[in-house]
Design a protein around this ligand. Structure first.
Ligand SMILES: *Cc1c(COP(=O)(O)O)cnc(C)c1O
Length: 424
């Protein structure tokens, strides 16, 4: 007997029993010209706007209008220390301590800043290890770091490739690469959840294996944060960075996050690219010429807080705090499991194969569907019928039912459209 049935009434009953069901109403769904909402399955790319975000941003605009520069100290949420309102909620999202977790800049900017400290190549150990199908910005970032330090990226960048015919990586194969090449590798930088395949890596184990070889280990958590539970401190990760506009629903170009393990973050002697916002708070406004780093991850800040972006993130993190990752993850495992099951039961004829690992321990909410030769036409058909998901060249459709705002009925409707597909 199977866990799920294929009827619409089953999907509706599952929604009735879903304790997170009321949260769907707290998000704004884009609407089709007919006034019907789109079937939105693209939270892996840009999360939907929470209803309360507008008011959080308006409050800051109003305080700016009323107070001008005095808002730095007199605003309801003073701008001078605005990032501090985000520190604890964000630390809870990633399993970091407050002195390890910071909200600042954009994701790729943070990767470079963190590499300025943690990629310290020497002539005998300078290589960087990354997944072959990592997000392009990450490949550009590590390649340019190699070149910046005078190394040839084509030689210095080691890429992890799946076994022939496979799409995902095996931890044991990563272990083999580390055992063979670890002493040449200065830095391992991987995506916690790969953006293309949706594979969730064993972050704790890979970190342990790489550190045993003397490598520094950083993680790009763009597709992991707000999607899967994270315990960066306990996993002893050296550093991490992530954006917040995907599963964290902070809005386009939202301010990013960074983590530096306490054993590094408290070390003010570590080399870094410094700015005034990383300077000791007590003496920052004496405007002296000598940089004195804050002895936490705050010591890596460059600029004063982008308050309007941070207001939007505050609105969203308040919701994550209210619900908590355990409840979101519990629903997510069911919702994505249901999608997988329906595809198997109802859409087997479509020549789609799911390249995301089957085990919930190895995936978040996204499934990546490898299509046949008419994949792009299938994707266009879905678009014409009100589905927002995404197409990744050469042949993958990514769909991400997010537990915060997607329903079992959404998943049922997607598969029902696929079943009726006539992409010609
Ligand atoms: C989304 C994403 C990015 C985007 O980088 P930005 O600096 O936020 O534009 C980078 N890397 C990964 C792995 C991503 O998923």
């Amino acid at each position: 007997m199977s866990l799920f049935e294929t009827s619409l009434s089953y999907a509706r009953a599952a929604d009735q029993q879903d304790p997170l069901r009321p949260y769907r109403e707290q998000f704004l769904f884009p609407e089709r010209p007919s006034g019907e909402p789109y079937l939105y399955l693209c939270g892996n790319s840009l999360g939907l706007q929470p209803r309360q975000t507008r008011q959080y941003v308006l409050d800051e605009l109003d305080d700016w209008a009323a107070l001008g520069v005095e808002g730095h100290t007199q605003a309801r949420h003073p701008w001078l220390s605005y990032h501090e309102f985000l520190t604890k909620p964000m630390a809870r999202m990633v399993g970091g301590q407050p002195d390890e977790t910071i909200v600042m800049n954009g994701l790729t900017v943070n990767l470079h800043l963190l590499m300025a400290t943690f990629y310290r190549p020497s002539p005998t150990r300078y290589k960087i290890l990354i997944e072959a199908d990592a997000f392009p910005s990450d490949i550009y970032a590590v390649s340019s770091q190699l070149a910046w330090h005078g190394y040839d990226p084509t030689e210095g960048l080691l890429k992890l490739t799946p076994r022939p015919g496979a799409h995902c990586l095996e931890t044991e194969d990563i272990a083999t690469v580390l055992a063979q090449h670890g002493s040449d590798i200065a830095l391992v930088l991987m995506g916690g959840v790969n953006y293309y395949t949706g594979q969730l890596f064993d972050i704790a184990e890979i970190t342990r294996l790489a550190q045993a070889q003397g490598c520094v280990v950083g993680w790009d958590l763009a597709h992991a944060v707000g999607n899967v539970p994270l315990h960066l401190h306990d996993w002893n990760v050296d550093f991490a960075a992530w954006c917040t506009y995907k599963y964290l629903n902070s809005g386009p170009g939202g301010v990013a996050g960074a983590f530096i393990h306490a054993r590094h973050a408290t070390n003010t002697d570590l080399p870094r690219l410094a700015g005034w916002w990383g300077h000791d708070k007590a003496t920052r406004f004496e405007m002296g010429p000598d940089f004195r780093a804050i002895p936490t991850v705050e010591g890596w800040q460059l600029s004063n807080a982008p308050v309007l972006l941070m207001a939007a993130l505050r609105a969203s993190l308040a919701m994550f705090d209210e619900v908590g990752m355990p409840a979101l993850r519990a629903k997510s495992e069911k919702l994505t499991g249901y999608l997988r099951h329906l595809l198997q039961e109802r859409a087997a004829h479509l020549n789609l194969s799911v390249i995301t690992p089957e085990s919930p321990a190895e995936r978040g909410c996204q499934l990546s569907l490898l299509t046949g030769p008419d994949g792009k036409r299938l994707f266009d058909y879905l678009s014409r019928h009100g589905v927002i998901c995404d197409w990744r060249e050469p042949n993958v459709i990514r769909v991400a039912p997010t537990p915060f705002y997607n329903s079992f009925e959404d998943v049922w409707r997607l598969v029902d459209l696929l079943v009726q597909a006539d992409p010609t």
